[in-house]
Write a protein that binds this ligand. Sequence first.
Ligand code: NAD
Length: 274
Amino acid sequence: MNEDFDRAVETLRGAKHVVVFTGAGISAESGIPTFRDDEGFWRRFPMDRFGTWRGLVRTARTEPRRLAEFVRCVLEPIAIAEPNAAHRAIAAAQASGARLTIVTQNIDRLHQRAGSSTVFELHGSLYDKNGRDRRPRGEVTPAQLRKVCDRLRAAEKGWLPLVRIVFALRPLLGIGFRGVYKPALVLFGDAMAEPAWSLSRRAAENCDCFVQIGTSGVVYPAALLPEGASLAGARIVSIDPERQPADIWLEGKACDVVPKLFGEAFGSGDEVAV
Ligand code: NAD
């Protein structure tokens, strides 16, 4: 690990442009479970019924209580999460002047809340709402998300669950004076969020170091980014407790490895004024 750590520091130090690509694992220590941990989120909530908009609509009709449980399980940890030391270390490196492009698959906004300025959100964000035309329709606050969770909990137990779910979800999903709005999320089968996807691909193909943190690399097309970076000649550094294909694998949790690595490579602390 020490030798690999030193090689990773040298790689980051020598790089002109670094892409930081994060997945669910970076937010695990903020209390947001990954979808592929031991409890097997997608085993509890099968992807065909819960991973697409069409599946969700069908589930709402046939199993409204299960739908309420699923949505609450996704929202609740995100609504109460705070950025952790890994998010802050990345923001501090960016603030110190390092040329970093941050690309995330996460929908939790924790990079921005840690102080990172430009973040490409490939799968959108739970805090944004879009219309049918995919144009922005405003934002949601953590307090609103928490209220939605309380109401969903009631819907899971009470009468008329579907009516209660529709009422509970109104801050996120409904019909306003400008038409239908829904969370700006990219579910399975949806087109990627733009311009985030095109800009991320360009960044991956033009960087000389690509650091991936807490991602299993099984969600496509996002998983094409490290492949594209590698083909274009970048060194791939992976930080993850599980071995991932990379030139350098730093085995460990994000909060243990990232602050140390970024601190040494960029001489940045782990705090940034926000
Ligand atoms: P994943 O669930 O497929 O894989 C998580 C990876 O994180 C694994 O490789 C695991 O070994 C690693 N990991 C677990 N704990 C870690 C830690 N403390 N530090 C570092 N790594 C750790 O995640 P994915 O590849 O991001 O794909 C899941 C999809 O689900 C993403 O597209 C994302 O949109 C979505 N998702 C988002 C969130 C979030 O916004 N926080 C949470 C769950 C899932």
